[in-house]
Design a protein around this ligand. Structure first.
Ligand SMILES: Nc1nc2c([nH]c(=O)n2[C@H]2C[C@H](O)[C@@H](COP(=O)(O)OP(=O)(O)OP(=O)(O)O)O2)c(=O)[nH]1
Ligand SMILES: [Mg+2]
Length: 315
């Protein structure tokens, strides 16, 4: 027998310093004492956003000002089958005050100090570790020495993640470059994602691998031995495949015409939103002709962030 699905809206409050809020579940509810993102069940006919606003007001006394639709997760509990609609809440009014005897704690992504967490939330916590800007290397256009100068500048400026993607290089030359980049990035604790193949990413000891869409579609399982695995996608079927394999994030594009693809098929924000609104558990980056100024648009349309090639190195 299939049970009806209980729809739930939950809010991830994120401060400017990157810390996010968890609440403890009050006594008397299923999983009392577990940690969760504040939120609750949708009422009949209520939208997820309306439920989010109502629940955050009821449970913590705040008024939501800016909320971005983010990840969706389905989970089967003994007590219910839930579909969770997560939002990132970046602005709110009023002071956070527990209204139901719960506790609240601010946490740093990847460095939780409280437990246990509701089990459905594992991928949500992973998603919070991912940056809103994914910077993609551009040795091809800048040349190696100029690129390394700009990378050094961004590293001292606080860059946390970097994707190394240089398809014009032969594998050996790419590996040599990767070793230099990894050595430069290491003291900064930067996560370097290798856009080539899982084998090379493992050999280099990189944080992860990024798959091109043909590589993604040829796989039946997530590559092993890598902390982070992402993929490029161009539509719903590819994105769904990435989600099925349990990948950590996906790119979706091309958003706008770019210098290298001046007149190809582009999605625009409408097309991007239509695909993402299907509701995936993995964060989705918009890619193609974007700059950091497009981040609010990407988030309004259900994206996690923007993947930047040229624009990442202009500053
Ligand atoms: N609020 C919230 N619920 C979550 C999260 N993760 C997760 O699996 N859930 C599940 C637990 C519950 O089965 C369901 C939320 O139900 P709830 O008991 O919080 O709902 P509610 O606030 O409307 O409570 P009530 O009025 O029914 O007492 O979703 C999360 O991060 N936040
Ligand atoms: Mg609740």
């Amino acid at each position: 027998m299939t049970r009806p699905i209980t729809h739930v809206a939950a809010g991830v409050l994120v401060r400017d310093d990157g810390e996010f809020l968890l609440g403890s579940r009050p006594e008397g509810k299923p999983y009392a004492g577990y940690w969760e993102f504040p939120g609750g069940k949708l009422e009949p006919g209520e939208s997820a956003l309306a439920a989010l606003k109502r629940e955050l007001n009821e449970e913590m006394g705040i008024e939501v000002v800016t909320a971005y639709p983010w990840l969706t997760q389905e989970f089967i509990y003994p007590h219910a089958t839930v579909r969770l609609h997560f939002f990132q809440v970046t602005r709110w009014k009023g002071e956070i005050q527990p209204q139901e005897g719960q506790q609240f704690v601010w946490q740093r992504p990847g460095m939780l100090t409280v437990a246990p967490m509701l089990p459905a939330n594992t991928p949500i916590l992973r998603g919070l570790e991912l940056p809103n800007e994914m910077a993609i290397s551009n040795v091809a256009e800048l040349g190696e020495s100029e690129y390394m100068r700009r990378l050094a500048r961004r590293l001292t400026g606080g860059l946390r993640w970097l994707m190394l993607r240089e398809p014009h290089l032969e594998r050996d030359d790419f590996a040599l470059l990767a070793e230099k980049v990894l050595a430069l990035a290491k003291p900064f604790g930067v996560r370097v994602i290798i856009n080539r193949d899982p084998e090379l990413a493992r050999q280099l000891g990189a944080a992860g691998v990024h798959l091109r869409s043909p590589q993604l579609m040829a796989l039946q399982e997530r590559p092993e031995g890598l902390d982070w695995v992402g993929a490029s996608t161009h539509g719903g079927p590819e994105l769904a495949h990435a989600a099925r394999l349990g990948l950590d994030y996906a790119f979706l594009g091309t958003l706008q015409p770019t210098p290298s693809h001046p007149d190809g098929d582009t999605l625009g924000w409408g097309g991007f939103a239509r695909i993402v609104s299907h509701g995936y558990t993995l964060p989705v980056y918009a890619i193609g002709g974007l700059s950091l100024g497009d981040l609010p648009a990407a988030r309004q349309h259900g994206g996690h962030g923007v993947a930047l090639l040229r624009a990442a190195w202009n500053a």
